[in-house]
Design a protein around this ligand. Structure first.
Ligand code: PEP
Ligand code: MN
Ligand code: NA
Length: 621
């Protein structure tokens, strides 16, 4: 017998109230709680999570917590991630597809009673500055308090977002009655609801009296997106990218579909503000695959005197054309969900400073005095730790103390380099877009594209060695176009076409496109380029190019620096040659891989990209 809970829906938005009732009837939670985003709520929920054993309060950092996940639930599950478009072709060859009707039937069964014994949290949120024109609204229903508190860090969550949803609903209704009076209706207002609907369950109902686990989850997992109806359904995982549905699921997969339909861009990009000694500020966006250093570049400490880098965002950029014809970008997020291992004083001191408090750490190691540690935080590991699986750990242990994909969840506002305008609802005008990945071979330190179309060709050919951010074998090379392979909500061939279309917009003042690679290795397998703060030297060349002040050398693959500032760097002539020359034989081999990559998209691959490919072959001779 199904016990129905009292569904009191404290909202004036009838659609939201009805949807919450519908999901509650399906999932049968014991209680429903509407999250208001207050500090009182955060304190109550984090206390509850500590009581349940999900979180451990850190003695060493104020208002901060440690979580260790189930060892099977540590990363995004790309093979369980689905784009459920009406037509399989619209999901494209790089996404998993299940027909929406079939997926809905599966979910109808999986979600039936799945929140029994649990609290259902209703989490209204806004992606982007509150009330901004580029910003978007959503509501996540979840049975995980860990997700609810994490959403408070990562998004503008709670009452303020709910009010915006209600305002929008009221405005739409007013428009509808006006439309009826005029005998017509505007299409855009009626196609979609006032907010994106996102349903999440850890998939572990509690039978009455049963004890909960610290990290409930299920071995059955589905992370599913319905692009036509702008819905997200996620089952079985409590981990970040699978469960914090505002982030990858909404701000990239669903938003990329919105962006296609409405003429803007939703991208897997950091946004940084760069101020040279001249004072002429530039904003740069950069797309690298997960765990390739977006957070580090966004918070970089320049090594060239007089240069300043500030942070707008570290993972996602939404860009729209302004009246000035330029692309203006916002960071839709309010926090950083960063990879902890490798984040330290040398690699990213600003991230370390950001983490002073109000943070959640997942799958890192615990010190004996109630702090966190991970590989790379300090050169010397502590003599004793509790590892991410809860085992006693010493430097002699065989396994790393932190999981390689251990994460911090921390407010962006705490970042010492956060730019004052990071929450400007109008966004910041982008001057340059960088693509890149991890490539031990072939790919130079920096290449400038020959045109927008050539830049799109470079983006379409981003390839990178796999990291721990997704399940699978680390180190293997895979094409990851625009660093969007796991995040594009529709056919990637059409996505390339969308980028080309953006470039044809009348009056557009487009950013210039560059390709960077910090990860080139020498014959001994060591990184050649020092990276991190020294990457300012590459940013400097890029800015000089934008200002028409730097020399560039034409090569078959694009324009390379004629005069990179390497003063004071310990780089041999041979190292520099390796970083800044194009080996035609190696590049003929690289080019030979492209048809296999492009052919996957069949007729969806824009002909302009085949033309770029043929032009590359011609230039290689
Ligand atoms: C995640 O894995 O949860 C996530 C946010 O992905 P990424 O590593 O791309 O940031
Ligand atoms: Mn990412
Ligand atoms: Na990940």
């Amino acid at each position: 017998m199904s016990v129905s809970v009292e569904v009191d829906a404290p909202t004036t938005n009838a659609e939201l109230a009805a949807w919450v009732r519908e999901i509650a009837a399906l999932t049968q939670p014991d209680r429903i709680e509407w999250c208001d985003g207050s500090e009182e709520e955060w304190t109550r929920l984090t206390n509850l999570l500590v009581e349940q054993g999900t979180l451990t309060r850190l003695a060493a950092r104020p208002n901060s917590f440690y979580a260790k996940s189930d060892p099977s639930d540590v990363a995004r599950v790309e093979d369980r991630t689905y784009i459920c478009s009406e037509r399989e072709e619209d999901a494209g060859p790089t996404n998993n597809w299940i027909a929406p009707a079939e997926m809905r039937q599966t979910f109808g069964e999986l979600f039936r009673g799945c929140m029994r014994g649990r609290t259902m949290y209703v989490v209204p949120f806004c992606m982007g500055p509150l009330g901004g024109e580029i910003s978007q609204l959503g509501v996540e229903i979840t049975d995980s308090a860990y997700v609810a508190v994490s959403m408070r860090v990562m998004t503008r969550m709670g009452d303020r977002a709910l009010r915006l949803i209600e305002d929008r609903g009221a405005a739409r209704q007013a428009g509808e009655s006006e439309g009826r009076a005029n005998g017509g209706r505007s299409k855009r207002d009626h196609e979609h609801s006032d907010f994106v609907k996102a349903v999440h369950s850890v998939g572990a109902p509690l039978e009455s009296g049963a004890a909960d686990k610290p990290w409930p989850c299920s071995s059955t997992k589905y992370i599913s997106h319905f692009p036509e109806t702008r819905e997200i359904w996620s089952y079985g995982s409590g981990y970040g990218g699978n469960a914090l549905l505002g982030k990858k699921c909404y701000a990239l997969r669903i938003a990329s579909v919105m962006a296609r339909d409405e003429g803007w861009l939703a991208e897997h990009m950091l946004i940084l503000k760069l101020t040279p000694p001249s004072g002429e500020t530039r904003y740069i966006a950069a797309a690298f695959p997960s765990a390739c250093g977006k957070t580090n570049l966004a918070m970089l400490q320049p090594t060239i005197p007089g240069w300043k880098v500030e942070t707008i965002g570290d993972d996602i950029a939404w860009m729209r054309f302004g009246d000035d014809g330029r692309l203006h970008a916002i960071n839709p997020e309010a926090g950083f969900f960063g990879v902890a291992p490798g984040t330290g004083e040398v690699t990213n001191a600003n991230a370390v400073k950001t983490l002073w408090g109000n943070s959640i750490f997942t799958n890192v190691a615990l010190t004996d005095d109630g702090d966190v540690w991970w590989e790379g935080l300090t050169d010397e590991p502590p003599a004793h730790l509790t590892d991410w699986k809860g085992r006693s750990w010493t430097p002699d242990s065989d396994e790393p103390a932190a999981h390689p994909n251990a994460r911090f969840t921390t407010p962006a506002s705490q970042c010492p380099t956060i730019a004052p305008e990071w929450q400007d609802p109008k966004g910041v005008p982008i001057s340059a877009i960088l693509f890149g990945g991890r490539r031990a071979t072939a790919v130079p330190l920096v290449t400038e594209s020959l045109s927008w179309e050539h830049g799109v060709f470079l983006g379409a050919n981003v390839a990178s060695e796999k990291t721990a951010a997704a399940e699978g074998k680390v180190g293997e090379l895979r094409y990851d176009p625009f660093a969007m392979l796991p995040f594009c909500g529709y056919n990637m061939g059409d996505y390339f076409g969308h980028w080309l279309k953006i470039g044809r917009r009348p009056g557009a003042e487009l950013p210039r496109i560059f390709y960077v690679n910090w990860f080139r290795k020498n014959a001994d397998g060591q990184f050649i380029w020092p990276g991190f703060g020294e990457n300012t030297r590459v940013l400097k060349w890029i800015v000089d190019r934008l200002n028409g002040e730097a020399e560039a050398v034409p090569t078959p693959i694009g324009l390379l620096p004629g005069d990179l500032d390497t003063d004071g760097l310990d780089l041999s002539d041979e190292d520099l040659r390796t970083l800044l020359t194009v080996d035609r034989d190696v590049w003929r081999e690289e080019a030979a891989l492209i048809p296999g990559h492009f052919d996957k998209f069949g007729a969806h691959l824009p002909k302009e990209l085949w033309e770029e490919y043929n032009a590359l072959l011609d230039r290689l001779g």
